[in-house]
Write a protein that binds this ligand. Structure first.
Ligand SMILES: [Zn+2]
Length: 257
């Protein structure tokens, strides 16, 4: 999404903007008058750099879509920004789990989850045992730690299940070895890279800024495939609940120990 948005908005001034009055979206108009000079990303947050030393921050939540306004009217648009070329960037969010902020660069106190993000998945600090050390601080279940965004940034429910399956780690375990953490990092990098190439995973809501569906749902090995055979060993993939989140794993490849 970041890569697709970038060429559409960089260098554009925000001529006019609107946000739904709820606290999650009301900040959208604060960016009016500023020019967008960059589009960055931290974990699952998009960070649009503004020329007045602030950032326009957009989190899509579960059902958010950031897109250029198509022709038809849509009741689920929660915010929009009209650019000086008259294109309109809008956030559509059916269930309203998304979030918008306009803050001075790097000041994320009002966005605590963003402030607490761990390193990006490709950050070299995660190599040579870095991820393992980040995970070892806690005795929380491994999948729940990943979803917290603290050991590393950007891994949600789908990619957590996929990464743990690739590394052969049971999602409910509370500690893993350094070797397993290396396998997990490799598995997560692999699945995230593939998913970016595939334009994301569209199970229901996700759309690219062009309105297209992603294609990674066709390459999922584990997530959402309970009852189907494991692609590695043929055992039936099993669904369970790990700290209230629906989870799929292979009972043979991912042993609890
Ligand atoms: Zn298996």
């Amino acid at each position: 999404m970041r890569r697709q948005i970038e060429p559409l908005v960089v260098g554009r001034r925000i001529a006019e903007a609107w946000g739904h009055p709820s606290a999650k979206f009301a900040a959208a108009p604060d960016a009016s008058g500023a020019t967008i000079h960059s589009v960055g990303r931290r974990g699952k947050y998009l960070l649009l750099g503004l020329d007045d030393d602030r950032e326009l921050i957009v989190h899509l939540g579960m059902t958010g879509q950031l897109r250029l306004r198509p022709a038809e009217l849509d009741p689920y648009v929660r915010a929009w920004w009209r650019l000086d070329d008259d294109a309109i960037l809008e956030l559509r969010d059916v269930r309203r789990f998304g979030r918008i902020g306009v803050v001075p660069v790097g000041e994320y106190a009002s966005l605590p989850t963003l402030a607490a993000q761990g390193p990006e998945p490709w950050d070299r600090r995660l190599d040579d045992g870095g991820l393992w050390r980040n995970l070892r601080r806690s005795k929380v279940r491994i999948k729940t730690q990943l979803l917290s965004q603290r050991p590393l940034a950007g891994v949600g429910n789908i990619y957590a299940d996929e990464g743990l399956w690739r590394a052969g780690i049971h999602p409910a375990r509370r500690s893993i070895t350094r070797r397993e953490a290396e396998d997990l990092l490799g598995g997560l990098r692999q699945v995230l890279e593939q998913a970016v190439v595939n334009g994301g995973t569209t199970l229901r809501d996700y759309r690219t800024p062009d309105g297209d569906r992603g294609r990674h749902q066709y390459d999922l090995e584990c997530y959402g495939r309970a009852g189907e055979p494991c692609g590695r060993c043929g055992s039936e993939l099993r669904r369970s609940i790990v700290d209230a989140r629906g989870t799929t794993h292979c009972p043979r490849c991912q042993r609890r120990r």
